[in-house]
Write a protein that binds this ligand. Structure first.
Ligand code: G3P
Length: 218
């Protein structure tokens, strides 16, 4: 399973990369806006800065919603660095653009996916990744894991190569459940990844070991 970090914050990406377990980064227009980046030139430079921190794939999202605009923007993003992945929303012109990018060797991440049908379209269009938003599904009292399960089953039925990139991860349990179901990637806030570290029995056990170690080191 690949771990991507879902942020545009350079310090957080650097902290995560230092753990040695991060395989990539995902961003979106909201995460970019959160960093206070303004102007096209500064946005593009910020993507370049992210791509310098990690070797793995870095998703940068288009904001155009028409085919021509998505293609133009996507080609510009792809030219920024070898590890840029063009993030495209699950809309009709987005599917058309995903097919175009797939035929032209540009890696893509189909985002804002909330149904198995949408995930099927993304795979048919040749998306590199599909991003089902499990947390936002949970937020409206459905179970995001059911969607992951359906996508895993459908993709296995037909041998689709599109990677399932579970997104909108809210907590460590989402991560382990996605791993049990066979998602290829989870993209998470650093807090969710660090949450995997925590178990009270580990803390209790280490405290005992350290206390006993002192007995051997008077
Ligand atoms: O970046 C895509 C996805 O991870 C967004 O997550 O927390 O805004 O639902 P969230």
């Amino acid at each position: 399973m690949k771990f991507f970090i879902d942020t545009a914050n350079l310090a957080e990406i650097e902290e995560a990369a230092a753990l040695g377990i991060i395989d990539g980064v995902t961003t979106n227009p909201s995460l970019m806006a959160k960093e206070g980046i303004k102007g096209e030139a500064n946005i593009l430079q910020h993507y370049r800065d992210i791509c310098k921190i990690v070797d793995g794939d870095v998703s940068a999202e288009v904001v155009a919603t028409d085919f021509e605009g998505i293609v133009k923007e996507g080609e510009e993003l792809a030219a920024l660095a070898d590890n840029i992945v063009v993030k495209v929303p699950m809309i009709k012109d987005g599917v058309k653009a995903l097919s175009h990018f797939s035929k032209n060797g540009i890696a893509t991440n189909c985002t804002l996916v909330f149904s198995a049908g949408q995930a099927l379209l993304a795979a048919k269009a040749g998306a590199t990744y599909v991003s089902p938003f499990i947390g936002r599904i949970d937020d409206v009292t459905w179970d995001g894991m059911d969607l992951i399960n359906d996508i895993v089953e459908i993709y296995a039925n037909y041998g689709f190569e599109t990677q399932i990139l579970a997104a909108s991860i809210r907590n460590p349990l989402h991560i382990t459940k996605c791993a049990l179901l066979g998602a290829d990637v989870v993209t998470c806030p650093l807090k969710a990844i660090l949450g995997l570290l925590k178990h009270p029995l580990t803390d209790i056990g280490l405290a005992k070991f350290l206390a006993d170690a002192k007995k051997s080191r008077p």
